[in-house]
Design a protein. Structure first.
Length: 322
């Protein structure tokens, strides 16, 4: 069985339960995006494959931990020996920081609006990154919208300005204004991710009240002119009710703009708590199209420096596995 076949089955399962001694250094908690909340997650690596699985006492995947840091994953007929990746901040190898948790928007697939609204201080963020500086090679910044889109952008820019002297590539993913790409580029940010989330305008209008899809597309186009191909990304959630053809059309539109789509399997929370995750067959079908679309557009995920495409734990990334 190929690596992507195994990973597709694990992503479709979504959650795991841990057996054996656990260490907090291997458990990640998310306060941004549709995966926010819950019992945390782990990154399991076996060979070239890394997969992020949420933790749940009822998770169908079992990860048995050994005292020497190694682990064995079992799920149906899958048995993999590997290890849990030590977390930098949120994911291996990066400081992936949520500046403001909670959000003024109420996207139906997202649990963030149900979390307490909190904001990290700039000195606090600096100290978090400084503590792990010797074991990371990138900084990624994301944020909910604490109270106002423009004010959130101003605050994130101050965070970036404080972290730049650490000398690491910085990627930023926030809800954008028209000026966001230019401001972040002028600061020295290396990569950006502005999320369409939904494959179609109709789904976007239904599921993301208060958001402006046309603005996000304009901002993505502007970002490619500033940051270049392979350094601009956009999440699209697979499993919100779109057809395969609609997902493929969205992938193609973004790729021909020079944007690398990040196809994220649905995490069934918030308004989608009763929904099913995409099945492995659909994940692999969309991956096959995704690979061909990126190749046709001359895009290469291997050039990513930060954020989700660099991590690869939550998604099937074209070029990530054989």
């Amino acid at each position: 069985m190929h690596g992507n076949d195994v990973k597709a089955r694990l992503l479709s399962a979504g959650t795991a339960r841990l057996q054996g001694a656990r260490s907090p250094s291997y458990i990640s908690s998310s306060t941004a995006g549709p995966g926010a909340g819950g019992e945390g997650s782990v990154f399991f690596r076996s060979g070239d494959m890394v997969v992020r699985l949420g933790l749940s006492e009822s998770g169908p995947v079992v990860i048995e931990l050994h005292g020497d840091g190694s682990a064995r994953l079992t799920f149906g007929d899958i048995t993999l020996d590997g290890n849990l990746e030590e977390i930098g901040l949120h994911c291996p190898g990066q400081a992936y920081i949520t500046v403001s948790s909670g959000c003024m928007f109420h996207c139906r697939y997202c649990n963030v609006p149900n979390l307490p609204r909190q904001r990290k201080t700039i000195p606090g963020i600096h100290a978090m990154v400084a503590r792990i500086r010797d074991r990371i090679d990138a900084i990624s910044i994301t944020s909910g919208v604490f109270s106002d889109v423009a004010e959130e952008e101003d605050y994130v820019c101050e965070v970036v300005r404080d972290l730049l002297p650490m000398g690491l590539p910085i990627g930023v993913s926030i809800y954008p204004t028209e000026e966001t790409p230019d401001r972040l580029h002028a600061l020295g940010v290396r990569e950006v991710k502005f999320n369409l989330e939904c494959a179609t305008p109709a789904l976007f209008a239904e599921l993301c009240p208060g958001h402006d899809r046309a603005r996000i597309l304009r901002v993505l186009r502007r970002s490619v002119t500033l940051f270049g191909k392979n350094h601009v990304f956009s999440n699209i959630i697979l499993g919100l009710g779109e057809t395969d053809e609609e997902m493929e059309a969205c992938i193609s539109e973004l790729a021909w703009m020079g944007v690398i789509p990040v196809v994220r399997p649905l995490n069934p929370v918030a308004g989608f708590s009763g929904a099913a995750r995409p099945d492995p067959g659909r994940l692999l079908k969309i991956l096959d199209f995704h690979e061909r679309a990126l190749h046709s557009a001359g895009l290469d995920t291997g050039k990513a420096l930060t954020m989700c495409v660099r991590c690869q734990g939550c998604d099937l990334v074209p070029g990530g596995l054989a």
